[in-house]
Design a protein around this ligand. Structure first.
Ligand code: ADP
Ligand code: MG
Length: 292
């Protein structure tokens, strides 16, 4: 039978906007020593916006954005939404795309108006042997500001470089301080590139960053931490976080996240705030103490 204090603990957590699936999850949470945070949508607002648009090889901003947004109509990635919003704000015409392929961890590829487009990170352009050297310095400058650089190639030629900003949630810094004050090690885990991730982590007060992780690589990163003896709470919101949430000792999903993430997690944060993580771990420790 579940001890009374645990049942009470689960109820108390709900008052803090933390939904706990079962008593075991609350007991597990008390033993956690490491908190791994996804970046986009977990540490950040998750509402990326286009803040920079550079063009190359004679493309205009209008042509570039219109082509890019036309292709991104096929994607559900938050970055795609930022590009579509920017094209809409400028009232740019969109065209239907032809062939389309999402390349998880890299970007998207497809045809618009009879031309082949690539939109994504440096690795995507490398795979297609596109010469992107003209954009490297700007990409570095953009990423050091914590902004994600997205390259655009048309017909295998560099056409543009977009900067997409996704700021920290207003209370992430405070919540991370609380976690660290509880003696927890806080780690960022993201598919974004290292320099962007490190800049955002620095703003958040996080020193350990695991970046450039492919969508199916997040759960093996958790496994590696567990192999070091760490007891991990993973916090995420995306479809690609689901396996890592399931792998960790305690999976915690943002309530605003995808259904798959919520189903894979033991805890769900109803309020869009990382304070919920600190609340839940504090409560679980207090509850377990009462049982002893
Ligand atoms: P995360 O959500 O943590 O950023 P992803 O694996 O979803 O990780 O994406 C990794 C990288 O792949 C992105 O930072 C971006 O550079 C690129 N990418 C993915 N999807 C798109 C897209 N629809 N448009 C442009 N770039 C994309
Ligand atoms: Mg995310």
């Amino acid at each position: 039978a579940t001890p009374m204090s645990v049942t009470v603990g689960v109820g108390r957590a709900a008052e803090y906007g933390v939904l706990i699936r079962n008593a075991e999850a609350l007991q597990m949470a008390a033993e956690v020593d490491t908190v791994v945070l996804d970046k986009t949508g977990t540490l950040t607002e998750g509402k990326p916006q286009l803040v920079e648009c550079l063009t190359f090889n004679g493309y205009t901003r209008e042509t570039l954005l219109s082509l890019a947004a036309s292709l991104e109509q096929g994607s559900e990635h938050p970055l795609a939404k930022a590009i579509l919003d920017a094209a809409k704000a400028d009232s740019l015409p969109l065209q239907p795309h032809g062939h389309f392929a999402a390349k998880p961890g890299f970007g998207v590829e497809g045809d618009v108006a009879g031309q082949n487009l690539l939109l994504g990170n440096q690795k995507l352009l490398q795979q297609h042997q596109v010469d992107f050297v003209a954009g490297i310095n700007d990409a570095e400058r953009i990423s050091q500001q914590g902004i994600t650089p997205i390259f655009v190639a048309v017909g295998n030629q560099l056409a543009g470089l977009l900067g997409i900003s996704d700021p920290l949630r207003h209370d992430s810094v405070e919540a991370i301080k609380r976690l660290q004050a509880m003696g927890l090690e806080v780690i960022m885990l993201t598919g974004d590139i290292k320099s962007t991730a490190q800049a955002i982590a620095a703003q958040a007060g996080i020193t350990t960053v695991i970046a450039g992780v492919l969508p199916d690589g997040k759960s093996s990163q958790i496994q590696a931490l567990q192999a070091e003896g760490k007891k991990v709470a993973m916090v995420g919101d995306g479809i690609n976080d689901a396996p890592a949430l399931a792998q960790s000792e305690v999976g915690i999903a943002m309530g605003s996240g995808s259904d798959v993430a919520i189903e894979s997690a033991q805890l769900t944060l109803v309020r869009h705030s990382l304070h919920g993580v600190a609340d839940a771990l504090q409560l679980s420790r207090a509850t377990l103490k009462n049982m002893k």
